[in-house]
Design a protein around this ligand. Sequence first.
Ligand SMILES: Nc1ncnc2c1ncn2[C@@H]1O[C@H](COP(=O)(O)OP(=O)(O)OP(=O)(O)O)[C@@H](O)[C@H]1O
Length: 261
Amino acid sequence: MTTAASAAHLSSLPERDGSAARARQVTKAYGAGETRVTALDAVDVDIERGRFTAIMGPSGSGKSTLMHCLAGLDAVSEGRIWIGDTEITGLKDKQLTRLRRDKIGFIFQAFNLLPTLNAVENITLPMDIAGRKPDQAWLQQVIDTVGLSGRLKHRPGQLSGGQQQRVAVARALAARPEIIFGDEPTGNLDSRSGAEVLGFLRRSVDELGQTIVMVTHDPVAAGHADRVLFLADGAIVDEMHNPTADSVLTRMRRFDGKRTS
Ligand SMILES: Nc1ncnc2c1ncn2[C@@H]1O[C@H](COP(=O)(O)OP(=O)(O)OP(=O)(O)O)[C@@H](O)[C@H]1O
């Protein structure tokens, strides 16, 4: 794609129907020669808009690599990726940085909040950096959805782990990204706080129409999703709609059985 064509794509409005993200024949290899590892092997995937998708699979199956490639944090070796109707494979670094800033939200296992800023300052920080004014009505709706109204002036050190992750969820939602990627977003939380944060992610999909993709090891977390993609050896080997923690656990046990047999 030429630079002019890419720029035209970037300035176009996000497509409201179709996929929020798409991968076609994506292969990602690390290293070369004898140390070469194929982390993703010709993966095709469509991430549905306004839905909550979980990515699961055994350790080393390629979950984080798939998420990083879809989010434009890591370059693919082969294949093509789109966020909305913008193809990100082939974008120059500057265009990719702008696209990530404008269209993608991230929630990581470590909450990544700035300790010197209070909750609301952390939530609006990405928009402040981008020179964008927050939409106050939307911001209020997001803050209400994640239940932070009484904690806005608190600094991260004055908040529990679950509350800090709720700030990180609100920060991701506040800019109305096309898609939010979460890498083990409840991995550092006790089960009660984890359940709360998952409940807020669920509400942001149901009530705010957000699209979320989450990598997780936890069948209970995956049970909050609409759809679970199962990876093994760098390929999507199965998927499940309307999962429950039990159905996901049963599916994951088949991987364990395969590994130990
Ligand atoms: N930077 C890298 N350099 C070399 N190999 C890598 C790199 N990152 C990942 N890999 C390899 O690619 C494969 C997939 O890794 P990835 O982290 O995507 O798996 P995962 O399913 O997220 O694993 P986990 O559940 O343990 O976090 C693994 O074999 C891993 O060792």
